[in-house]
Design a protein around this ligand. Structure first.
Ligand SMILES: [Zn+2]
Length: 117
């Protein structure tokens, strides 16, 4: 991956990270604002569950995502960002734009999903 592209992803990842931390912080202080666009498939089930359980799950999800972002940031530093963790091929800028924390190329990802299901 080109240096200029790495810089772009570094910026995107850092922005995502601060947004997540801000959201987690607000959830902790009770001043939570949920953007349905961020969690499209979880909003429906949330209405039938207690709000507290939902916030707990949201924070868990954010925590995991922040960890993934940290790993991606470390990879940019190491110069291994954008390389598939399974087959060592380039993940592809297009896929990374859609999912900056992706660590598998689309082929390995679909293979993994087939194994899981
Ligand atoms: Zn791969």
């Amino acid at each position: 991956m080109k240096k200029s592209e790495q810089k772009k992803f570094l910026k995107v990842l850092n922005e995502n990270r601060s947004k997540l931390i801000e959201k987690a912080r607000r959830a902790m202080t009770g001043d939570i604002h949920l953007d349905p666009n961020d969690f499209p498939d979880e909003i429906d089930t949330a209405s039938s569950e207690s709000g507290l359980a939902f916030i707990g799950r949201l924070r868990e999800r954010e925590r995991v995502l922040i960890q993934k972002i940290d790993i991606a940031l470390q990879k940019i530093e190491d110069g291994t960002y954008g390389v598939c963790a399974s087959c060592d091929e380039d993940i592809g800028v297009q896929r990374l734009m859609a999912r900056p924390v992706a660590d598998l190329c689309i082929d390995c990802k679909s293979q993994q999903e087939r194994l899981e299901h």
